[in-house]
Design a protein around this ligand. Structure first.
Ligand code: AMP
Length: 302
């Protein structure tokens, strides 16, 4: 089943206690598309500037990622800079330069318009909605991400986009900020009133929690001795989650649970090295081996 994503394709400057990179390919849609492409074909909608290099384009082209929807515009690519604390749990944003995204008006190529699975990755909520409205018919599943930047600056637009979304995937701080509620289960109930019927709370090294009317399902994060760079972990989680669902063409409870595990698997690989490095070297067999490892991690008898 076809999977559509809109979000940032960016250059990132990253600093963690494990090292520093001045400029590397990043962006929410990039991490998502690379992760999801292990499971299914991905249609990418984004904009890049004149500084987007051929080597970076090749990274997308070499995978099952359709880049007809990747527009080139005059100006520079989205640029983001972040620095992580000693324990990698906190990060400060040092720069967010929207650049070509400031005037972006997404146009979906004809063949993208029948996509059945849609992921609105982290980007301005009005762009997310604009893309969604160009999809023909009712998609089987629409999921989205957002972050404090948009919750604070474009709250009304964000609330409007949420009305059209089935699954909201955000981290715990964003859940609390959006709902104005500390307790995550009560926060979920408030968020259900905004549109989504499912909330997935990404909790970094503590795993992820899915809440819907059937109840709550939790997966741990894969225990790693030396994570290097958490950038893109959430987008890679989303890529594993949506990629798996699109590959099986389902959204039943059993599929959602397995998708949570594949999300956690992709997120865990993303943080092992800086930027996209680990994902670009990843093999399908490693994904399945780690998913089996999750079974061992969580199985017990009563
Ligand atoms: P994550 O670590 O999952 O929050 O994703 C980090 C990626 O999101 C980086 O590669 C950034 O380029 C991108 N990013 C950071 N801030 C924003 C923003 N305000 N809008 C869209 N993408 C962003």
């Amino acid at each position: 089943m076809s999977l559509l994503v809109v979000g940032s394709v960016a250059y990132d400057a990253l600093e963690s206690p494990y090292g520093k990179v001045e400029r590397t390919l990043g962006g929410a849609a990039t991490y998502f598309a690379v992760s999801a492409s292990f499971f299914t074909h991905v249609n990418l909608v984004a904009v890049v500037g004149e500084d987007f290099g051929p080597a970076d384009e090749a990274i997308l082209r070499q995978r099952s990622i359709d880049i007809e929807g990747l527009e080139r515009a005059a100006g520079k690519c989205f640029f983001w800079a972040g620095r992580y604390s000693e324990n990698l749990n906190e990060r400060v944003t040092l720069a967010t330069d929207l650049n070509v995204f400031a005037d972006f008006q997404p146009r979906l190529p004809e063949r993208y318009r029948n996509s059945k699975y849609v992921f609105l990755a982290n980007i301005a909520p009005d762009l997310q909605r604009d893309v969604l409205h160009q999809v023909r018919g009712t998609p089987r599943l629409v999921a989205m991400d957002t972050m404090n930047y948009w919750i604070e600056r474009t709250n009304a637009e964000l609330r409007e986009t949420l009305k059209y979304v089935d699954v909201l995937m955000i981290n715990d701080a964003e859940t609390r900020q959006l709902s104005n509620e500390h307790n995550l289960l009560r926060a979920a109930r408030k968020i259900f009133k905004m549109g989504p019927s499912t909330l997935i709370v990404k909790r970094g090294e503590y795993g992820a929690m899915l809440v819907d009317k059937a109840g709550v399902f939790c997966v741990p994060a894969f225990p790693l001795e030396e994570p290097h760079d958490p950038t893109g972990a959430g987008d890679s989680f989303a890529g594993g989650f949506m990629g798996y669902l699109a590959s099986v063409g389902g959204r039943s409870d059993a599929f959602l649970r397995r998708a949570m595990v594949y999300g956690s698997v992709l997120g865990s690989f993303a943080v092992e090295r800086f930027g996209l490095e680990r994902l670009l070297a990843l093999k399908k067999s490693e994904i399945h081996a780690r998913a089996r490892h999750f079974l061992k991690l969580t199985q017990f008898k009563l």
